[in-house]
Design a protein around this ligand. Structure first.
Ligand code: BG6
Length: 504
């Protein structure tokens, strides 16, 4: 019989800079059987299988674990085929090569069990076998990497077969397409899993830099006192993507950038940037504060939203030649609370843009009295001091300010202080978004997962836009989006700092 996978020794090869913290025994989750629905799909291939193997390499998988792949019987694999599938996925998309003892140990823990509604016996047998192999009482974690249409049938199957028992479930976006569908989805989930066992994944929240926003704000006396309307004039969350829809026409036509990126990733980031200090760094208080931000968000005004579509989108295979689906959104969001009243949050994201970046910029107000001639480029662009957080994995933080230029006259020049994760710490313990979140789900920590009431509130905020979306405006691929987006943010500007802020 195949032996349960045992975590190999963590990879502790020396890194280029200050060593970041290696895995500690307390980081390691309890024994688990992880069931991967959609095991033959794209997400499993690109992210989940490589991510789980990376966790194993890093010594962060449970001491004893098994991974059971599942899919409908029409796509069933044998255990051996699943191992080969996983090996190819890790070879193509993983950070460590699938070879040697580490791979052998990981592959030994992989098995497969097909499941369809009313015909889940192969999966049930595979789970039973995995649990027997592990011994003790391993936890069950179900990861639903399946298309939205299959979603409720998998949840129902887990309920009907009793597999759900006291297991946890990871749910992938989209969490509905509007308020009504989000409520229906949450009801379907809650019929089988109570909220304490539901892990809705937004992989942006797994990015290292998001945790670092918490550290930056709440571990330092330097920043938090400035983090409010008295000192910050505007906030930009800017996630341009250079890639186009990459052949995902079927998904994209029914979704669009607002649902794919804004109501999910960008709003979740906004929740972390804007939240009040939680009473503790624990899932309950953190998510309470995040949801409070969502409740303070004013319902979107379609007049403050620009939707765009890149030239050539309608020619993509599978796209309606008259499609009104947006591939770009820029919008202005107001937060009506004591901390942020009057401070615009300006959000932009889209496909086929000039660059791919993940940036949050906090613009600081000018000093009350302007004593210096402002001749710098930043000043000419209407910017003064800024704090720039780059979320590209692993990310950087830059404080921008004005300094005196050396010389006899009092002339100012742009200066900056840069913290760069890659040069400050060795890369060996960096986890990618998915890896981080898979680990937290195994550990049962919901801090970085979205809660049902938060999801529903965001659809409520989005409703006016979904009811009356402005027409899409064309933009050229490789540009920064449609004309007219500058008006949205006046008197400020869309600002992407130069590449030197970014991870080298
Ligand atoms: C996904 C979206 O959730 O996030 C994609 O469906 C998008 O359309 C991707 O490209 C962006 O993620 P990242 O981490 O590459 O910025």
């Amino acid at each position: 019989m195949v032996q349960p996978a045992q975590s190999p020794e963590p990879d502790r090869s020396p890194g280029p800079a200050r060593s970041s913290e290696p895995a500690r025994p307390s980081d390691v989750p309890a024994d688990h059987v992880v069931v991967l629905f959609g095991a033959t799909g794209d997400l499993a291939r690109r992210k989940l299988l490589p991510g789980l193997f990376h966790l194993a390499r890093a010594g962060l998988m449970p001491r004893r674990y098994r991974i059971v792949g599942s899919a409908p019987a029409a796509e069933a694999l044998t255990d051996q085929e699943f191992r080969t599938h996983a090996q190819q996925a890790v070879a193509e998309f993983g950070r460590s090569r699938p070879e040697g003892p580490a791979w052998e140990a990981f592959a030994a823990g992989l098995s497969f069990g097909a499941a369809d509604t009313g015909a889940a016996e192969p999966l049930m047998a595979a789970v039973r076998e995995a649990e027997t192999a592990l011994g003790g009482t391993p936890r069950r974690l179900f990861h639903l990497a399946v298309p939205p249409v299959a979603f409720t049938s998998v949840i129902d199957l887990l309920g009907a077969t009793g597999l759900a028992a006291d297991g946890k479930v990871i749910v992938e976006k989209p969490f509905g397409t509007d308020l009504a569908s989000a409520r229906a989805l949450n009801a379907a989930i809650h019929a089988v899993f109570d909220e304490a066992r539901v892990f809705r994944i937004d992989h942006f929240l797994g990015k290292e830099a998001v945790d670092n926003v918490l550290a930056l704000r709440f571990a330092n006396g330097l920043f938090e006192p400035l983090w409010n309307r008295d000192h910050i004039s505007h906030v930009q969350i800017d996630v341009p993507e250079h890639i186009d829809i990459q052949g995902r026409a079927r998904f994209f036509e029914g979704t669009g950038t607002f649902r794919d990126m804004v109501v999910t990733h960008l709003f979740q980031l906004l929740g972390f940037i804007a939240m009040e200090p939680p009473v503790a760094l624990e899932a309950g208080p953190l998510r309470d504060e995040q949801v409070k931000v969502f409740h303070s968000m004013r319902a979107l005004d379609p007049a403050h939203v620009v939707r765009g579509q890149y030239g050539g989108y309608r020619d993509e295979q599978g796209v309606d030649p008259a499609s009104d689906t947006e591939t770009f959104v820029a919008l202005r969001v107001a937060i009506d609370n004591w901390r942020w009243s009057g401070v615009p949050f300006q959000l932009r994201t889209g496909k086929a843009l000039a660059e791919g970046r993940h940036m949050v910029t906090l613009g600081l107000r000018e000093p009350v009295l302007r004593m210096f001639p402002l001749e710098t480029r930043a000043a000419a662009e209407g910017r003064s001091n800024e704090l720039v957080i780059d979320f590209d994995d692993p990310g950087s933080i830059t404080a921008r300010f004005l300094v005196k230029e050396p010389g006899p006259s009092m002339r100012l020049a742009d200066g900056d202080m840069l913290f760069n994760y890659r040069t400050a710490f060795s890369a060996q313990n960096f986890l990618e978004g998915y890896e981080h979140l898979l680990l937290e789900a195994m550990r049962g920590n919901q801090s970085l997962f979205t809660r049902s009431d938060g999801v529903e509130r965001l659809w409520e905020v989005a409703a006016p836009l979904l009811d009356a979306p402005p027409a899409v405006r064309p933009y050229a691929p490789g540009s920064w989006g449609p004309d007219g987006i500058d008006g949205l943010v006046a008197p400020y500007r869309w600002h992407l700092p130069d590449r030197r802020d970014a991870t080298p």
